[in-house]
Design a protein around this ligand. Structure first.
Ligand SMILES: Cc1cc2nc3c(=O)[nH]c(=O)nc-3n(C[C@H](O)[C@H](O)[C@H](O)COP(=O)(O)OP(=O)(O)OC[C@H]3O[C@@H](n4cnc5c(N)ncnc54)[C@H](O)[C@@H]3O)c2cc1C
Length: 437
């Protein structure tokens, strides 16, 4: 056995990807997490009995393995919820997705969207391939849907204009409706909910962290170091420096944000360091809102494309799972579109509460019992025109040096909790295979 082979696998970051890697590793491991508790984005904050995830974390499961795993983790601990997602625009609530549910919007808007879609449909196949997200939207959905939803909503969500986002990304992630679905949706003839994720599951009690804790309870065969974060990674020696100590590793499963990982490398090749500088991500500010009364609205979340509203998405936890707040109250998340200097809560709240009441998410502006302003520093990776080249340069080099970047921010991608659990599992199983070989 060589010196490297007697070492442990080190996991950097204790979100769902890191936890899942630890659960599935058959070799000894050590996990380093910067925060005081595990879970990363899949944690729940509790204030005065009101529960708030780091904005809505609903579980949409597709994979048979994760379905089985979740059933085992919390037997009888789940509720299944039929999704009620709406779009709030032109003072109307319409169904999701916007492009296939125009019914209920003002007649002029429906006409503009329908005519634009038909024009785009007639020209399909005759365009040069789109080079950015905005062109993709115009070519596939037409000018009306672009103007009334896709461009303004995505600008608010991503924090950059859709023309800065590569078309390569949207052809993978943005579904294009068929003409008959758009026409049926314009006359109100589509089924109430469409798409693959028409229902989701969620822990009966305690927010999403209940699931995270149940998964964490399965970790065995290793050590967890909380409030620990490496100062440097000596990739030649395969050692981390943590708190002044040197920690040798056999392989490193890195789930921390890719740009931070690159900055920790001691003397990386110039092309890797330069690619790391090109990675972009948006931060998201959000409000946890507790209400005195239960909201009268019945939706679980709404998408809000219009500029005049300071948020792009609002969700009502208690409409999905009433235990998220004390009986008779509501708990909500409000994802804010402004990304300038951090505002003060007291400056932000009066206008936001009025806008929430106007959108029907709370019963009146006075119904806010308390609110908390939070920030997610790494929220959405921006798939700009440098993205694919930069990520593939970094990933190829890391993998050749026993560092496996995994998870939403480790692999620098757009994904969901289920993908992260599977990515952690697969990293562990692949390493297990290599270690056994
Ligand atoms: C606003 C928002 C809403 C979302 N909603 C949903 C949803 O409804 N459904 C869904 O399935 N998914 C949702 N997601 C996606 C989901 O949160 C992620 O896919 C998943 O939680 C990412 O897990 P991860 O382990 O890869 O990363 P993280 O959760 O980010 O975990 C990484 C861990 O690394 C730690 N860390 C960072 N730097 C260091 C360091 N230098 N040293 C040590 N530790 C470090 C962090 O503290 C963290 O614990 C949402 C994401 C966002 C941002």
């Amino acid at each position: 056995m060589t010196a490297h082979e007697s070492r442990r696998v080190v996991i950097l970051g204790g979100g769902l990807t890191g936890i899942s890697a630890a659960v599935h590793l058959e070799a000894p491991w050590a996990l380093f997490e910067r925060d005081e508790r595990l879970g990363g984005h899949a944690r729940t904050d509790v204030t005065r009995g009101f529960h708030f995830d780091k904005t809505g974390h609903w579980l949409h499961l597709r994979d048979p393995y994760t379905k089985r795993l979740m059933a085992e983790l919390l037997p009888d601990g789940w509720v299944t919820v039929e999704r009620k997602a709406r779009i709030f625009s032109h003072e109307a609530l319409t169904r999701f997705p916007f492009q296939a549910n125009l019914h209920g919007l003002p007649a002029e808007v429906v006409k503009e969207c329908l005519v634009g879609f038909v024009e785009a449909w007639e020209k399909r196949g005759s365009h040069t391939p789109p080079t950015n997200f905005e062109e993709f939207i115009h070519q596939t959905m037409g000018r009306g849907i672009a103007r009334h939803f896709m461009v303004p909503y995505n600008h608010k969500l991503w924090g950059v204009h859709p023309r800065e986002i590569t078309a390569e990304w949207c052809t993978r992630f943005v579904p294009v409706p068929k003409l008959e679905d758009v026409v049926a949706g314009a006359v109100g003839a589509n089924p109430p909910e469409m798409g693959y994720n028409v229902s989701f599951i969620y822990p009966r009690e305690g927010g999403i962290e209940t699931m995270t804790r149940a998964l964490t309870a399965r970790m065995a065969g290793g050590e967890v170091h909380l409030r620990s974060s490496p100062e440097a990674i000596d990739w030649r020696a395969r050692e981390l420096s943590v708190g002044g100590e040197r920690v040798p590793y056999r392989a490193l499963i890195a789930t921390i944000p890719m740009p931070e990982l690159v900055r920790l490398l001691v003397d990386p090749p110039r092309e890797v360091a330069e690619a790391g500088e090109k990675l972009r991500c948006t931060a998201v500010r959000y409000l946890n809102v507790a209400t005195r009364s239960a909201p009268r609205a019945d939706f679980h979340w709404i998408y809000v494309p219009e500029e005049k509203y300071p948020f792009y998405r609002v969700g009502i936890y208690t409409n999905a799972v009433p235990s998220m707040a004390p009986a008779g109250h509501g708990s909500l998340y409000v994802e804010l579109s402004e990304r300038g200097p951090m505002p003060r809560l007291e400056d932000l709240l009066p206008d936001t509460a009025r806008a929430l009441a106007a959108a029907g998410a709370i019963n009146s502006p006075d119904d806010v019992l308390f609110a908390e302003l939070k920030e997610i520093p790494y929220a959405y990776v921006v798939f700009d025109h440098h993205y694919y080249a930069a990520v593939s340069t970094i990933t190829a080099w890391l993998e050749a040096h026993h560092i496996l970047p995994r998870g939403r921010y480790g692999a620098w991608t757009y994904n969901a909790m289920e993908d992260c659990i599977l990515a952690g599992r697969d990293a562990a199983l692949n390493l297990g295979g290599e270690l056994a070989a």
